[in-house]
Design a protein around this ligand. Structure first.
Ligand code: WT7
Length: 641
């Protein structure tokens, strides 16, 4: 048995159990009054008229929060802190090499944001224009995000690990005219050719007029005259005065591409006031933030966790946030703990895949560092198995730090289901309870609402301010994807169990999305990359259990007539996918098969493929609907690597 201390009493202003119950009740019974009160945490330029105007019904679908209000995100993250904490550190930058770093105060960050905003303006960027960011984890990346919000431009960040092809797709989809990148990135001692990748992406898509290049490594890069300029030089040439643009509450704030079960990645669109309120409140409540904290979320700003809990949530609260440009196993497996000690980190927020990878290396890497500054630990991105939870609690947290296992999605903007450190008794592996204002239900595959201790699919029956508002350029796809499976409800795509205490346990995706090391990938995306190869006829991709990554990628491939499966072709296909999408999408297993299991109507039976990928061929189940019953023998005889 684990010896886990119950919830400690709340700090003044923190949420204890009675507050939690009170807030849940208030949000349910009088949502307008509740959210009006919560919204006082932000600085408004003009007060809003209506709090909430929402319908999930197809006929009159709408999601609007705080209509009539005007607000600016950068002013909430910077200007309003200057009088009281201008000299406080806003961002601690921790580079790839340990000890390489910098500290940026709120005043310095404000200066940099205003300058970048003026550079953008000078390039003709303004309200509603899209700006693509392809950057390493450096303070100027956060400054570039905030600079966009200052002038009402919409940022679209593309993770630096994505390929030029994937970058070009995302630039094309949102029609950016300007890209901000860096000469090179640095990860685990290796260089990443960011600028060269941008150059090659821009050969594949039109419309980009300007590229701003941040100097990170000083590496040699080509600059195209008339298009490319160095950011530092441009910043020195403009004024540090840039008034924040008054934005409407529902104006777009950013686009972030994420994978779904079908087609190309979709541009998740978040809007201004609701998103900001949600990340500001969840950061404060879930992490129990106090002024003296040093908060470290290890996520990259290329993912939503980086948007919400490296940049916007912490800065909206005037916090000190760490930006880490490295990896947990470089220069050695003690990197996180050595850094925790050196920076005095009090709250650490990371992913189960990192915890599992470090757990394998042994306790000594952890215990040789003090970690005395830590007081709270967080987990995000995928289900955390109880063994990893227990190790995180016992070894990393010395048994004294509460763990918040936070469930949310790119689409939800911020955390929706999570323990609160002073209100929730710990339960290894459970995301526990919905936050106040989150109306969760578990339904069966027909949509019947299940009550009590049950397992089914997780839906949300009402809106919360941080909810995504649309898919960029395809509002119908937004409604189709999320609101038609269970009409009138938002379908999360996740399976979920609720126990006798009413606690929620997320069991993982029930659609064709896989979660590899906390990175979300659509099986359809990997399949279309594979079939784009001239020797491939057909491909089907499923998730397989993976000890460290959570899920691995298992690809079934049939070759064109006349082609033979060889080890060399296996490698070639792996490299091919890597090049098409990025290293995160490289298949872990490639299984050549003469054909795929299909129903008579030609639909691939993924259930069977999943069982094979899990190595559970005894439990394949009903195969009577297979068009070709001999396929199973052929499949099981296929070569897998
Ligand atoms: C999917 C969303 C949340 C931001 C990072 C990932 C899975 C996320 C948890 C958790 C179990 C989790 C879900 C979700 N997930 N957090 N604490 N426990 N599963 O965002 O890339 O949009 O992925 O990640 O399956 O649907 P994302």
């Amino acid at each position: 048995m684990l010896d886990i201390a119950p919830a400690p009493t709340a700090r003044p202003g923190g949420i204890d159990r009675a507050d939690y119950d009170r807030q849940c009740q208030a949000a349910l019974v009088s949502p307008d009054a509740y959210w009006r009160e919560q919204a006082t945490a932000l600085d408004w330029i003009r007060p809003f008229d209506t709090v909430k105007d929402v319908s999930f019904a197809a006929e009159d679908f709408r999601i609007r929060w705080f209509d009539g209000g005007q607000i600016n995100v950068s002013a909430n993250c910077l200007d309003r802190h200057l009088a009281t904490r201008g000299d406080q550190v806003a961002i601690i930058w921790e580079g790839d090499a340990s000890g390489e770093g910098a500290r940026i105060t709120y005043r310095e960050l404000h200066d940099r944001v205003c300058r970048i905003a003026n550079v953008l303006k000078a390039k003709g960027i303004g309200r509603g224009d899209r700006v693509t960011l392809y950057l390493p984890m450096v303070p100027d990346a956060a400054a570039a995000m905030l600079a966009c919000t200052r002038i009402g431009a919409i940022h679209s960040i593309v993770f630096g690990g994505f390929s030029p092809e994937a970058l070009a797709d995302r630039i094309r989809d949102c029609g950016s005219r300007l890209v901000i990148t860096a000469d090179e990135g640095c990860r685990g001692g290796r260089r990443i050719p960011l600028k060269a990748n941008v150059d090659s992406a821009l050969e594949r898509c039109e419309g980009v007029e300007h590229v701003l290049v941040l100097r990170r490594t000083g590496g040699d890069v080509g600059m195209t005259p008339g298009r490319d300029v160095w950011l530092d030089a441009a910043m020195a040439d403009v004024s540090a005065d840039c008034p924040p643009e008054p934005m409407e509450a529902e104006d777009p704030l950013f686009i972030l591409y994420t994978s779904g079960s079908t087609g190309k990645p979709k541009g998740v669109l978040h809007t201004t006031a609701g998103y900001l309120l949600w990340v500001a409140k969840t950061f404060r409540d879930v992490f129990d933030h106090r002024d003296s904290d040093v908060f470290w979320c290890t996520a990259d700003i290329g993912w939503v966790t980086g948007h919400s809990y490296v940049v916007y949530g912490p800065l909206a609260n005037g916090a000190t946030t760490v930006m880490f440009d490295g990896v947990p196993n470089y220069p050695d497996h003690g990197r996180l703990w050595e850094t925790v000690d050196r920076l005095g980190v009090t709250i650490l927020y990371t992913a189960p895949t990192a915890i599992r990878a470090l757990m394998r290396e042994g306790d000594d890497w952890v215990t040789r560092h003090s970690r005395a500054s830590l007081r709270l630990l967080g987990s995000v991105g995928e289900p955390i198995n109880p063994e990893a939870w227990a190790w995180y609690h016992r070894v990393v947290g010395d048994g004294r730090c509460p763990i918040v296992d936070t469930w949310w999605q790119t689409e939800t903007g911020g955390i929706l289901i999570s323990p609160l450190p002073h209100a929730t008794d710990p339960k290894p592996g459970a995301a526990t309870k919905p936050l106040p204002g989150v109306q969760a239900q578990i339904v069966d595959s027909e949509g019947a609402v299940l009550s009590g201790a049950v397992e089914g699919n997780l839906v949300l029956t009402d809106s919360w301010p941080g909810q995504m508002r649309s898919v960029w350029g395809d509002h119908d796809r937004f409604i189709q994807t999320y609101f038609t499976t269970y009409p009138g409800k938002y379908f999360t795509g996740d399976g979920c169990r609720r126990d006798d205490d009413g606690d929620y346990w997320i069991t993982g995706r029930v659609d064709d999305v896989i979660n590899v090391s906390g990175h979300r990938l659509g099986t359809a995306e990997i399949e279309s990359a594979l079939v784009a190869h001239p020797r491939v006829a057909e491909a089907a991709v499923v998730g397989m259990p993976h000890e460290v990554k959570g899920q691995g990628i298992y690809a079934f491939v049939t070759l064109r007539v006349g082609e033979t499966s060889t080890d060399a072709l296996q490698n070639e296909l792996r490299q091919w996918v890597r090049k098409q999408i990025g290293p995160v999408a490289t298949p872990d297993a490639l299984h050549f098969t003469p054909s795929l299991p299909k129903t008579r109507s030609g639909k691939i039976m993924r259930r069977i493929l999943r069982k094979i990928a899990e190595g559970d061929t005894a439990a394949i189940g009903d195969t009577s609907t297979l068009a070709d019953p001999t396929i199973l023998d052929k499949l099981l005889g296929g070569c897998k690597n």
